[in-house]
Write a protein of this length. Sequence first.
Length: 150
Amino acid sequence: MGRPRTFDEGQAVAAAAELFAGRSFDGTSVDDLVTCTGVHRGSLYKTFGSKRGLYLSALRHHIDGDVTRVAGEISAAPPGQAVERALAGGAGLGFLLLAATERAAADDEVAAEVSRALDVLDQAFQKDEQATALALGLLIRSRADRPLTP
């Protein structure tokens, strides 16, 4: 019988999400994840199966937390202020943008999660559709001007 889990899975996933958001999937090694989460390599593999498994858990955590929060702020905004809310909350969408540009084309599960997140954001913008293109364009543009930090 194996030893009981001695780490908080939610905390490990949240820490991994921050790391992936800052370094990207390819820029993050398993050693980086071990250091960042404080979880031994064997425990990471036993719990998540692989680096990709942890990445998917982290992406889902990001979508269910940050993306949903930003979408809620956009939905609650009075008409005409959705753009400001999106840009104010946009810093929390970096992981989603990395997933969309770096992994979605090569990984069907990542693509499905990105699509789910974009649906959540699209629904938030439904009441101010004209602002959608402007807000997302500005957000992507602001992210494109920032270098990825290894």
